[in-house]
Design a protein around this ligand. Sequence first.
Ligand code: BES
Ligand code: MN
Ligand code: MN
Length: 457
Amino acid sequence: MDITTVDKYIEDNKDRFLTELIDLLRIPSVSADPAFSKDVLRTAELLKSGLEEIGVDNVEICPTAGYPIVYGEKIIDPNLPTVLVYGHYDVQPPDPLDLWDSPPFEPVVKDGKIYARGACDDKGQMYMHVKAVELMMKTEGLPCNVKFMIEGEEEVGSDNLGEFVKANKERLKADLVLISDTAMIANDVPSITVGLRGLSYIQVEVTGPKRDLHSGIYGGAVANPINVLCDMISSLMDENKRIIIPGFYDGIIEVSEAERAEMAKAPFNEDEYKKDLAIDAVQGEEGYSTMERCTIRPTLDVNGIWGGYIGEGAKTVLPSKAFAKISCRLVPGQDPDRITQLLVDYIPSIAPKSVKVKVAPHHGGDPYVTPTDFTGYQAAHKAMQTTFGKDPIPIRGGGSIPIVAMFEEELGLKSVLMGFGLDSDAIHSPNEHYGVFNYLKGIQTIPFFYKYLAEMS
Ligand code: BES
Ligand code: MN
Ligand code: MN
């Protein structure tokens, strides 16, 4: 794989690469909302034709109990290493809609960035792999075999992918999994994600009186479920932002001082971080840096809270019910099922007698760490070094991709998390975007990953 060949192909085809991505972004494949189910299926169809057009074989829309998995492969020589590309074609809901500067499913390119829901997470990053494989096939040929497995339920917990993986172990045989669904430090500071946090997610329902009450007639004497819920939530953490649920930190594999010192070398500017988020101060667990707090430490956050009157003006009411969605990010050594059970048991145990509390578990996911001493990581390192002209820095990511731990458990495969997004791309937020630079950089870098993997194997 020669850099001039790669660059020329990209230069000659970049407008089409962009148009094709925009066509994919135009379909609102929101997996969380059944109102979009036809669109999610349409996206799978479009992806299937995209794979067929570049000459991938056995392209199939594999049904599951939920949204289908798009599978396809190009096996050129069974003796060469095989890359299993994983990504997702579903996206997060676009709301709040009024905070978007342009509609989420009418992509626009502005200041070198593609604005649309899913631009970075993960349509843009996933499609780089399709275009990179096209590039290799149309120029010097594939140096490795490739299998694509693109799912439509990542944003809702990948509930059905596990079963597909278990049922297709032979078909999914590969040497490693390659994923672009994470971020790097900056466009001039390449990095490779070597860790993902796990997740435990619950919904809490607090019921007080059997009906909404006049807050003047009853207020003061009857428990207000919203007040109670807020009290309970605030009692889950102490003043040092440690989660006080007994057993929560049990079993955590602590990161060594040496590793922490290594991680601290990654460039990070706290003033810029605050400025970007328009906050005057950061907060978090005592004894840990900002970067550590959002990567190697577990968390507990309320994702949504509701109840009572939220319409225009004021209504004096003491509501009957209050709700909250709470998630914990988990780190190696924490089992999501165990943590979910802790939450399910603990939250009702601290409720006053004046209310009833129900806790329902949602999806979860295991944490993951990629070793830096295996060929997959080293091929990614060398590929980024080639196209960025700099050594990439290994970093832990704070987000979760629940299925990654399962690739290891079920298929025995390690995952390389070679992402090209930026934390500032506003994934899951209004005005999500992806840099044209990043999109093309991915398409340029991926062929070198294949080249070096083949050379090293
Ligand atoms: N691509 C993200 C995960 C991610 C983003 C990891 C940035 C590291 C850095 C993925 O699509 C995602 O949003 N995952 C969910 C998991 C879920 C819905 C079960 C998450 O992390 O909230
Ligand atoms: Mn993603
Ligand atoms: Mn996501």
